[in-house]
Ligand binder design. Structure first.
Ligand code: ADP
Length: 273
């Protein structure tokens, strides 16, 4: 048989070693760039509400305080900006916990139908203010059991439904649709709003990415909602998809594993009385 060439083996090993090192260096460079961009984005996002709140407070201190109406209006505006800052910090904390994998998923059977109705209740006043109807389809469901981390999947549905209302038209329609097959449940959140232009669609899950910056800020958005949604859905070992048609609306959908109709603790109680 043919003896292997020792020089060739050494060369191959050196080649593998160098490519491996180069890959690690590229990876580190990418991480460093990501970190820098992230810091720049975060500083920028912090600056806006801080500047605004500062402005209102300094104007009051410089004399505007004497007028009772101006005082009330400016204090409310300063408070609103500080509230946005608070939401931003909370969203950033959730995002950083998700990104570092510092989060324990608490998987259990969850009734998504009940969860959706609770969320409809929480969003009633913003839906009412835009005269938007909130519906579940099909409308004859009694429960929809899936395996999920209840708090996190609640955050996903809350973000998607709230966005559908916020970015939809006045007098709009938001539908949460459930369909099931043997092993999984597909959940979709649909609106009949203006839609998201194709060129933005691929980027909307990036942190701080907004299609219409002024509109999003106007509506209290931090630009982190969909980035958080994506992380949570990925932590459930699944994916989120988005489809949008101009002037027809937007649909976000994802699948979750089906669960038995009873929470596990109850099932145990029946099995082992
Ligand atoms: P925000 O805090 O700005 O709402 P998100 O990450 O939740 O941030 O959403 C990112 C952007 O995607 C929004 O600023 C908005 O431009 C767009 N968007 C999200 N959902 C919808 C929707 N249902 N219809 C139209 N645009 C949407």
């Amino acid at each position: 048989f043919k003896e292997s060439n020792p020089l060739k083996t050494i060369n191959d090993e050196i080649f593998v070693f160098v490519t491996k090192k180069q890959k690690e260096i590229d990876e580190l460079k990418k991480l460093e760039l990501f970190r820098r961009e992230f810091l720049a984005d975060v500083s920028h996002e912090f600056k806006t509400p801080i500047f605004a709140a500062q402005g209102f407070i300094h104007t009051l201190l410089d004399g505007a305080m004497d007028d009772e109406q101006v005082r009330e209006r400016f204090l409310r505006k300063a408070a609103k900006n500080l509230d946005s800052l608070d939401v931003l910090v909370k969203d950033l904390l959730v995002l950083s916990q998700m990104e570092t994998g510092d989060i324990k998923m608490n998987m259990a059977p969850v009734d998504l139908l009940q969860l959706t109705f609770n969320i409809f209740g929480r969003l009633e006043h913003i839906a009412g203010s835009r005269n938007t109807s909130l519906k579940v389809k099909p409308d004859n469901l009694e429960a929809v059991w899936a395996m999920a981390d209840q708090d996190r999947i609640e955050q996903v549905l809350l973000n998607l439904i709230e966005n559908a209302i916020k970015y939809g038209h006045d007098n709009g329609k938001v539908i949460v649709h459930f369909s099931e097959n043997k092993k999984s449940i597909e959940i979709s959140v649909r609106d009949n709003g203006p839609g998201i232009p194709q060129e933005h669609l691929v980027r909307i899950f990036e942190r701080f990415y907004r299609v219409d910056k002024s509109r999003s800020k106007d509506r209290g958005g931090t630009g982190l909602g969909l980035a958080i949604v994506k992380h949570i859905i990925n932590a459930h070992d699944t994916k989120i998809a988005v489809m949008s048609k101009p002037d027809k609306g937007t649909t976000f959908s994802f699948k979750l594993e089906k669960a038995s109709t009873q929470p596990l603790s109850d099932a145990h109680a029946t099995e082992n009385p």
